[in-house]
Ligand binder design. Structure first.
Ligand SMILES: [Mn+2]
Length: 293
């Protein structure tokens, strides 16, 4: 993701490649799943440091998982008993300096942008609850509402954001399966970069207070690091420790199935033509193919 991240940052900074005039907010999950989570995190941190005051990296569920893992490690919890996906957290955790861990611990899970009538959070907000009282688990993990209308981390049938009634506009990430979400009062910008989709930014010009005045900027992923949508248990070790799968499962998507079908058809035609040719050959040699006996 780092290369794509650089490209998007470059595109946003235009020709001068300077963020000093911009307030930059990352919506979280900068780490995990890509080939070099620590480099991604450092790039994001450096960008925020170079950008205008009020720039920030919000905590997503992956940063939360890493921080929990680090806390348990520091408390002496045995490796096998720590929560979260151990291998990915171990690899990331061991590379971060103490200072970086401290800095990551200090990142917020919500950010109000009153000048834009907007709130930024990694996953979502519970309706009817003031920002200060929102729960960390909801802010970093929700995707849908359950039958009772309560936040749920599962994909669900309908995004929580579809029923968010504002009046504050929520800008969020986390829900890459649904890709770009453009609801009346919520905008989801996780467009599945690590899955070979896009990396997307929402640009809010000074003084703008609604999406009509905001601008979406996206760059295509340079590569696919993870394949989503499979419940298979293959651990992704070499490419990315936190991916459930690093290998593309056979027939995993529509295009691939289509290609397979077409290949099958071609093979069938090829065999039929061969059989025809053989029959013709037999006729040519012996009249009805039954001679020479
Ligand atoms: Mn997430």
């Amino acid at each position: 993701m780092r290369a794509t991240e650089s490209t998007l940052l470059g595109k946003l900074a235009f020709s001068n490649r300077s963020f000093a005039r911009y307030r930059v907010v990352f919506v979280g999950d900068v780490i995990s799943k890509g080939p070099d989570p620590v480099a991604s995190l450092r790039l994001a941190r450096n960008t925020v440091a170079a950008a205008a005051a009020g720039s920030e990296i919000l905590v997503g569920n992956h940063e939360r998982n890493l921080l929990t893992w680090l806390k348990q490690r520091d408390q002496g919890v045995p490796a096998g008993k720590r929560s979260g996906s151990g291998e990915g957290n171990r690899m990331t955790g061991e590379q971060l300096t103490r200072g970086e861990v401290e800095w990551l611990r200090g990142r917020p899970d919500r950010l109000a942008l009153p000048e834009h009538n907007a709130i930024v959070a990694h996953a979502g907000l519970r309706a009817g609850v003031p920002l200060a009282q929102q729960q960390h688990a909801d802010l970093t993990a929700m995707r849908s509402l359950d039958a009772a209308g309560l936040p749920s981390p599962t994909a669900g049938a309908v995004s929580w954001a579809a029923s968010w009634r504002g009046p504050t506009h929520v800008i969020f990430g986390h829900d890459s399966r649904r890709r770009l979400q453009l609801h009346p009062f919520a905008t989801g910008i996780d467009t599945g970069c690590v899955y070979g989709g896009q990396l997307t930014a929402l640009v809010l010009p000074e003084g703008s207070r609604s999406r009509g005045d905001w601008r979406l900027v996206a760059v295509n992923a340079t590569t696919t690091w993870c394949y989503a949508g499979s419940s298979g248990g293959t651990a992704a070790i070499s490419r990315s420790p936190n991916c459930r799968r690093s290998q593309r499962p056979a027939g995993s998507n529509k295009e691939e199935r289509h290609q397979k079908r077409e290949e099958g058809k071609r093979e069938k035609h090829r065999r039929r033509d061969e059989a025809k040719k053989a029959r013709r050959e037999r006729r040519r040699q012996g009249g009805d193919g039954t001679v020479d006996k």
